[in-house]
Design a binder for this molecule. Sequence first.
Ligand SMILES: NC(=O)c1ccc[n+]([C@@H]2O[C@H](COP(=O)([O-])OP(=O)(O)OC[C@H]3O[C@@H](n4cnc5c(N)ncnc54)[C@H](OP(=O)(O)O)[C@@H]3O)[C@@H](O)[C@H]2O)c1
Length: 338
Amino acid sequence: MTQMNTRVLLARRPAAQLVAADFEVDTQPLGSVGEGQFMVKNTYLSLDAGFRQWMSEGSGDNYLSSMPIGEPVQSIIMGTVIESRHADFPEGSIVMGRTAWEQYSIADGSDFMSIIDPDPAVELHEYLCSLGPSGMTAYFGIMDIGEPKAGDLFVINAAAGGIGCIAGQIAKAEGCSTVGIAGGAAKCDWLQETLGYDQVIDYKSSETLEQQLQRVAPDGMDIVYDNVGGPMLGTMLGQLAENARVILCGAVSQYEREGGHEPVANMWELITKRAKAEGFMFSDYVDRYPEAINYITDMLKAGSMVSPVNWSEGIETTGQGFIDMLAGNNLGKCLVKL
Ligand SMILES: NC(=O)c1ccc[n+]([C@@H]2O[C@H](COP(=O)([O-])OP(=O)(O)OC[C@H]3O[C@@H](n4cnc5c(N)ncnc54)[C@H](OP(=O)(O)O)[C@@H]3O)[C@@H](O)[C@H]2O)c1
């Protein structure tokens, strides 16, 4: 019997805000594995907010091309090699890499594909969460750009999301006092109770973000971890401490904006505060992943880090799961179990 492969396609260019009809579930016969290729049975799909950027028309840049219409949506996946004509990826290997929202992927070893050698004391899905792209992004942003020192005030937005969960706990382990920004009172309670943030800011409350920042950081913020960009970043730049470090990780408030990214206010503050702001991509650090994996694995094993997952199940749930994540309906890292 022909083996079938269910995938989720990008059906059309989304208007500003993603809706379910932008995706289409499609089932096709599975292709065959060519020389130098291997087939992965995907176990987990990672939902990463940043991929929204490359769903839009004309969004191709030096990092990725715009996702093609009618093709499966690009995604980081984890799975098992079930057939191989590639010497470096033998059958039975557990792999992680960038393929797509699909049950089976045919890969050639490019696109961040790597073999995972899982630590039996750690749950496998962690290699897509705290020990995967989210954890690597959190760790290198903080360590290399944030340069944390004991007593620093560390403030992060999208604090309850995939990167935010891990970053807040690393900053705290480095001796920082941590402030998490998220949307909604319940989410902010969860930040404190589950993730151990010292203080929280609900950016959707009636008190403005500016007022709340002045209250939690009267002497300014030493480290800003920015996942949101746009006006929120501008407001945060207005409350920096001297010699602050601003980690430019993402701009989730801008990905669904028609007409491109907005300008950012308060850039002048970077000058008078002798601050630095630096962007990065987690993939810049491939050679140093073992350093981050060892650091985070130690925390997981010591019970000094929690790694909450917002699960959905089944390939058909993937599109809605992604929409819900952008809307902020998630607590923790969003994963789809296949
Ligand atoms: N530089 C890198 O290498 C790299 C790698 C991976 C990801 N990233 C970036 O990291 C960020 C987080 O990604 P993630 O995958 O971990 O997603 P996530 O934080 O799990 O989910 C996105 C969250 O952003 C918040 N958000 C959405 N729209 C917002 C808005 N207009 N204003 C304020 N907050 C808003 C929502 O939470 P609340 O509104 O409830 O707070 C939502 O849950 C993204 O910007 C992504 O592009 C960068």
